[in-house]
Design a protein around this ligand. Structure first.
Ligand code: PEP
Length: 252
């Protein structure tokens, strides 16, 4: 079945508010004519509101990079779903590998975040992926299965209608090492086969993004794979030219 592609830029801890606003002012015009694809940017929290205002009415949605699983309370330093929703987010990333690596995100806490995302009416982009060590030990499928089963435990398919998954092999994130289209397609097909065990029709609608050193010159091959429905892009989403190059490159 045809799934609409999504190109989402994860800015990580880059761009001040003013840099973010001038960037999206340019990006908005640059992708305005591309109608067959969805776009999103995930700025740092401080820039979300200003970026969302600038992008109102455009074809670029706004995502948070992370959110806490409680809606409010004494959780110093945390930001909740209702807060990012009101600030203008449509999406949020959940369990990006940098959150797993540096901030203690687990499969269990990503499950709680997923519940909070749905409570807030946000679209979750759930990140999964193996480290190099795990891949070399032949454990890619085992790890991805554990991450997915942990995050999705207890949810009914009806709750997950909007779920987006990002397969991001950790060894390809920010390293310039990219999964081959065959490796990426295999992992995506495996993820979809896991989703099919819950519900076949739903599994065919879930968008699975690839992330890991996507660039304009590899976008066409990667994003052209049958089970790859767009990209979650870090470094190359920080420049308008390369973001647009990926959006256009995927078609060539
Ligand atoms: C990411 O941050 O999710 C990512 C995939 O980064 P990069 O494109 O830089 O590898």
């Amino acid at each position: 079945m045809a799934r609409r592609q999504l190109i989402a830029g994860n800015w990580k801890m880059f761009k001040t508010v003013s840099e973010a606003v001038s960037f999206v002012t340019e990006l908005r015009d640059a992708v305005a004519s591309i109608k067959d694809c969805d776009f999103a940017v995930a700025p740092p929290y401080l820039a979300i509101h200003a970026v969302a205002q600038k992008l109102a009415g455009s074809n670029i949605g706004v995502s948070a990079q992370e959110m806490f699983y409680e809606d409010q309370g004494a959780f110093t330093g945390c930001i909740s779903g209702p807060m990012i929703k009101e600030a203008g987010c449509t999406y949020t990333l959940i369990a990006h590998s940098e959150r797993r690596q540096y901030f203690g995100e687990t499969n269990e806490s990503s499950n709680k975040r997923l519940q909070a995302t749905l409570r807030a009416g946000l679209v979750p982009i759930l990140c999964v992926g193996e480290t190099l060590e795990q891949r070399e030990a032949g454990k890619t499928n085992e790890i991805v299965k554990k991450q997915l089963e942990g995050a999705l435990a207890g949810f009914a398919v009806a709750d997950l209608a909007k779920l987006i998954i990002a397969y991001e092999p950790v060894w390809a994130i920010g390293t310039g090492k990219v999964a081959t289209p065959i490796q990426a397609q295999e992992a995506h097909a495996f993820i979809r086969s896991l989703l099919r065990t819950k519900d076949t029709a739903w599994a065919d609608t879930v968008r699975i993004l690839y992330g890991g050193s996507v660039k304009p010159d590899n976008a066409a091959e990667l994003l052209g794979q049958p089970d790859i429905d767009g990209g979650l892009v870090g470094g190359a989403s920080l420049k308008v030219d390369s973001f647009v190059g990926i959006a256009k490159g995927r078609k060539s």
